[in-house]
Design a protein around this ligand. Structure first.
Ligand SMILES: NC(=O)c1ccc[n+]([C@@H]2O[C@H](COP(=O)([O-])OP(=O)(O)OC[C@H]3O[C@@H](n4cnc5c(N)ncnc54)[C@H](O)[C@@H]3O)[C@@H](O)[C@H]2O)c1
Length: 275
């Protein structure tokens, strides 16, 4: 992968080594076998969490768990967020292993390019099934475990990974943008519905982040380095964000210090959305 970190950037990959905001907390992260989800798992584990790494790619989930410290740090589970049976099986395994859930991060997602005339109905349905129905279904299935922790410990949190594309739009990305706008709306509905139960619900809205998902976009270009440079010039800060930039914001929203924050959509985009 082409990588570029401006020389003035501090290294935040291992977080604040003195912060232990998730000691004694059990956190579930979907799509944690790659990219942003993996960075979130690493960040929460580095801050003391036990982590349940959920991904449709079982090998990738296992690899993330190893990176987090192995089976002493949690468990890796195969899951398809499109399937209620699959999510329910994962929730059962998490209950047996952890006994409950303090933090759920709905991160699994797919990106399929296209205007609506280029997007067949089954492709539209697929994007919605993973990106919008997935967070709904996973939240619904894990809700009893989250509410139980919220009751006994005074709080629990859900963080959805939406996108800047849920707040603004981009040409040629119709289904993806619509799905992510749905996630932003779902965040607000859920925040209102569960505020009185001490369950906070927020979402992050990343801009351009350097992950395998973005690499797949570069793969479609005839000159991937030129495509990278063009993309890097798009944010006002003139570089592409990294998974740990999103992980740091997810950790903040999931931590007790954000106790008064619910229903928010936090942009992590190097200023793109400000224009
Ligand atoms: N990379 C970006 O620029 C960017 C920007 C904004 C938002 N996001 C969002 O961040 C999230 C993570 O994206 P990423 O860039 O890390 O992508 P990625 O492709 O690197 O990782 C996505 C992960 O989700 C998993 N996944 C896909 N379908 C699944 C399913 N049905 N069930 C369970 N797991 C499934 C994949 O196996 C993969 O491990 C996505 O929701 C994406 O829309 C990414």
């Amino acid at each position: 992968m082409t990588t570029f970190v401006p020389p003035h950037m501090p290294d935040i990959s291992s977080g604040n080594p003195t912060a232990r905001r998730f000691a004694g907390k059990d956190c579930v992260i979907s799509g944690a076998g790659s990219g942003i989800g993996r960075a979130i798992a690493l960040r929460l584990a580095a801050e003391g969490a036990r982590v349940a790494i959920l991904d449709i790619n079982t090998d990738a989930a296992d690899e993330t768990l190893e990176m987090c410290g192995g089976s002493g740090r949690g468990l890796a589970l195969s899951i398809d967020v499109r399937s209620e049976t699959s999510v329910a099986a994962a929730a059962d395994a998490v209950r047996q292993h952890f006994g409950g859930v303090d933090v759920l991060v709905n991160n699994a997602g797919i990106e399929i390019l296209g205007t609506i005339d280029e997007t067949a109905p089954e492709v539209w349905d697929e994007v919605m099934a993973v990106n919008l129905r997935g967070p709904y279904l996973t939240s619904r299935v894990f809700l009893p475990q989250l509410l139980q922790r919220a009751d006994t410990k005074g709080g629990a949190a859900i963080v959805h990974n939406a996108s800047l594309m849920g707040l603004v739009s981009s040409a040629g990305l119709a289904a993806y943008c619509a799905s992510k706008a749905g996630v932003v709306s779902l965040t607000r509905s859920m925040a209102l519905d569960y505020a009185s139960r001490n369950l906070r619900v927020n979402c992050v809205c990343p801009g351009i982040i350097h992950t395998p998902m973005l690499e797949r976009r570069f793969d479609l270009q005839p000159d991937r380095d030129a495509a990278y440079r063009t993309m890097a010039m798009r944010p006002p800060v003139h570089y592409i964000g990294r998974p740990e930039d999103v992980a740091a914001s997810v950790a903040y929203l999931a931590a007790d210090e954000a106790r008064f924050v619910t229903g928010s959509a936090l942009t992590i985009d190097g200023g793109v959305g400000a224009a």
